[in-house]
Design a protein around this ligand. Sequence first.
Ligand code: TIU
Length: 221
Amino acid sequence: MTRVAATPFAFDFDIASTALVIIDMQRDFVEPGGFGASLGNDVALLQAIIPTCRRVLDAWRALDGLVVHTRESHLPDLSDCPPAKRLRGSPTLRIGDAGPMGRVLIAGEPGNQIVPELAPVDGEIVIDKPGKGAFFDTGLHESLQEFGITHLVFMGVTTEVCVQTSMREANDRGYDCLLVEDGTESYFPGFKAATLAMIAAQGAIVGWTAPSAALLEGLQA
Ligand code: TIU
């Protein structure tokens, strides 16, 4: 059993029944010219968490824990992209448009690849998700059940969009969830802080949060 000093109280898990879920650490969100930048965001904030995510990923892999990577991704014909998603707002590039890293948020394009530092290795699950949540239209729940997973540790971007949505979906499916505080980031620092607070409020209404140092300490114990 691993115990992590977390908020609002200790998070206990068995790594054999816990998956590390890394949400959307793809070039589209963390590099200039991608989807995140097209929405007017400063992507440098998000790049900064890559080394922390790597430290946790290395520790998790060393213990043979299950790893899940997600990508926000659409089919080339956009058949899985609701017009409401594509047409909303006035981004400089819309989903499916050709940009400097290929077609924005389209499977197989350079921008849709996970950053090299966190690239998946054999045996890890890679989920292409058309929505913000990792459980919508992906089969992720069924895969996790096959592995006997009951607990999830989350990292990735962005805290209040795809990470929070995925955590809430997981919580409603019965998983106990921990969010690594310095392994997630938002384009809006205030939104990140609010998300961390609301997840752990009311006695862990959505889940737990902890710094990566506390998780790594628990894993090494
Ligand atoms: N825009 C924003 O903050 N996020 C997304 O569109 N997707 C994810 O969070 N992955």
